[in-house]
Design a protein around this ligand. Structure first.
Ligand code: ARG
Length: 467
């Protein structure tokens, strides 16, 4: 009797597993997403098998045509997936073999263990590229919002307490910097993803004289100089998931950055801050309170960070006790990797769209930034310029702030006499410190939120992002 497992169960197994076992062990319900990579990998493998004379030219051509047909049917949604065939690799190979007898030769010197590692690496290469594009769009949205509100000031906060004035754009550019590091990490990790494992077999390579370099070249596993990149140890190649973990790690840090941005957006959109207004299309209402407009996209961005971090921890935990080499446990890697990729890419795109549809309440921001206590440090710097050690200047201005509080006056309304009652270093020009425009003009060292420096940074980013 023919079993329903024509590829791998032939021979040694008597019957098909029970339905529940099949459900427990299958991966086709999620690894179908690797179909394009699986087909490209098989075409390259067949091309190589032809070169080493395992396949005739006719056999190779029939296999390639069969794989192309299957690929088209999958793309058109017409392919019949067979859950009892377990995974993407067996689904495609079994159908190919049903149509093309030479398909039975395709798996020569290949195992699903090196095949799945290959497919995942190819899939991840595309996703890394896509994600860096998504990050770039988000950076552009941040820079654009900064440019549109180039004159808007807000308080910078430490401990969520008002600290010192900054341009709103300066705050946004902080995220552009974080995202740039995320991008760089992803680009750097690409070279460790871009290594071809095919030819490693189940765990011990092959006795056949495979041309691994040819396969690597056909599948674009090459470095900047066009040199093929091959895994160098068959056991490592089939059991390694470092590339997936590394990606999930970089993605988790990206998600943390997105979450922090989301938290700022949520605060800014609250009535208490009222710094921004998110367009209706990017907010949702309450089922009970008719007045509500909630920043759900930002909240879900913050919330989804949990699963992205969780996926990283899952993968690390999955690997930690595995002996060499392939173990079926590894099948659990894909959903975590797919989920991380889908989540961070969608989040980056939606945050970009939301920021592109957010208005800044310039008047509210500027009013908050005009709080003269934000310039207490500037007043200390004034005293420092008179030759007083900073520790002492800090103490003097602390006394000035207490005096203003007692007098129930804003800091900038104290008289020269009142200032001098605290310290004799204050002279007639002391109160000029509270001219906000001047104060912003003074902060012009690299990386500071000064008027010229923020303009320069916006222009710098505009140039980088246009490139
Ligand atoms: N479905 C498997 C996975 O995703 C493919 C490799 C299976 N190999 C095996 N010997 N059962 O990891």
């Amino acid at each position: 009797m023919k079993t329903s497992f024509p590829v791998s169960r032939s021979g040694r197994f008597l019957g098909a597993p029970g339905a529940e076992v099949a459900r427990f062990t299958e991966s086709i319900s999620f690894d179908w997403r690797l179909w394009r990579q699986d087909i490209l990998g098989s075409i390259a493998h067949a091309t190589m098998l032809r070169k080493i004379a395992v396949l005739t030219r006719d056999e190779q051509m029939a296999i390639v045509k069969g794989l192309d047909d299957i690929g088209r049917e999958i793309a058109d949604g017409k392919f019949q997936w067979q859950p009892e065939l377990e995974d993407i690799h067996m689904n495609i190979e079994a159908e190919l073999t049903r149509r093309v007898p030479a398909g039975a030769k395709l798996h020569t010197a290949r195992s699903r263990n090196d095949q799945v590692a290959l497919d995942m690496r190819m899939w991840l290469r595309d996703e890394i590229f896509g994600l860096t594009q998504d990050i770039r769009s988000l950076q552009s949205a941040l820079v654009r919002l900064g440019e549109q509100n180039a004159r808007v000031l807000i308080p910078g906060y430490t401990h969520l307490q008002r600290a010192q004035p900054v341009y709103f754009a300066h705050h946004l550019l902080a995220y552009v910097e974080m995202l740039e590091r995320d991008s760089e990490r992803l680009k750097d990790s690409f070279k460790r993803v871009n290594v071809c494992p095919l030819g490693s077999g189940a765990n011990a390579g092959s006795t056949l004289p495979l041309d691994r370099k040819l396969v690597a070249r056909l599948l674009d596993f090459v470095d900047a100089k066009g040199r093929p990149q091959l895994t160098q140890n068959s056991m490592d190649a089939v059991s390694d998931r470092d590339f997936a973990i590394e990606f999930c790690c970089h993605a988790a840090l990206l998600a943390v950055h997105l979450s922090r941005l989301a938290e700022d957006v949520i605060l800014w959109a609250s009535s208490e801050f009222n710094f921004i207004k998110i367009a209706d299309a990017y907010t949702t209402g309450s089922s009970l309170m008719p007045q509500k407009k909630n920043p759900d996209i930002a909240e879900l961005t913050r919330g989804k960070t949990g699963r992205v971090i969780g996926n990283l921890v899952s993968l690390l935990t999955l690997l930690k006790g595995l002996p060499m080499t392939y173990n079926r446990d590894l099948q659990e890697d894909k959903e975590r990797l797919f989920d991380t990729t889908d989540t961070v890419r969608a989040t980056a795109r939606l945050m970009a769209a939301m920021l592109g549809n957010t208005a800044v309440n310039a008047a509210v921001c500027n009013a908050a930034a005009s709080d003269p206590t934000l310039l207490a440090t500037d007043l200390a710097d004034y005293v420092v310029r008179k030759g007083v050690p900073f520790r002492q200047a800090h103490h003097i201005v602390g006394a000035v702030v207490t005096l203003a509080e007692k007098a129930r006056k804003p800091l900038d309304r104290l008289t020269l006499e009142e200032l001098q009652s605290v310290d004799k270093h204050f002279t007639a020009d002391a109160l000029k410190v509270f001219d906000l425009k001047q104060a912003m003009a003074r902060r012009n060292i690299t990386g500071a939120p000064g008027t010229k420096e923020v303009r320069r940074q916006l222009a710098r980013w505009r140039k980088i992002l246009r490139a």
